[in-house]
Design a protein around this ligand. Structure first.
Ligand code: 5GP
Ligand code: ZN
Length: 111
């Protein structure tokens, strides 16, 4: 399978790492949309939020644990977590990822 984020999580494509353990990889977005913008991904390939099942959902909870830990370490209290699912919603990489955006005012509803 040819997946950009699988390759990034294995270190085959360089990235600016913010967190790593055996289940999860975190790295700064190459095209930041806020002063702080990083991505948290499961190392296991899951296509999107729409492909989460009872069998693979534990890593999703772990992603959120990591998001809380990393934001705390970076001194960030206010942030937005986004996961785009499907092309109409703006998903361009078909490997589940959580955007963490911080450092500016956010608008609602999102565009
Ligand atoms: P999506 O558009 O699927 O919600 O989010 C994909 C994100 O991955 C985008 O924000 C994009 O900037 C980021 N991205 C795409 N390719 C790379 C890459 O090679 N390295 C890094 N660090 N981020 C990437
Ligand atoms: Zn993948």
């Amino acid at each position: 399978m040819d997946c950009l984020f699988c390759a990034i999580s294995r270190g085959e494509i360089p990235s600016k790492k913010v967190y790593e353990d055996e289940l999860v990889y975190g790295f700064y977005d190459i095209d930041p949309q806020a002063p702080t913008h990083f991505l948290v991904i499961p190392k296991a390939h899951i296509e999107s939020a729409g492909a989460v099942t009872a069998e693979n959902s534990a890593v999703v909870a772990h992603c959120f644990e990591v998001i809380a830990k990393v934001t705390k370490e970076l001194g960030i209290t206010d942030f937005r977590v986004v996961s785009n699912c499907g092309e109409q919603a703006g998903q361009s990489v078909k490997h589940l990822h959580f955007h963490v955006l911080a450092g500016r005012d956010m608008t609602w509803p999102p565009g």
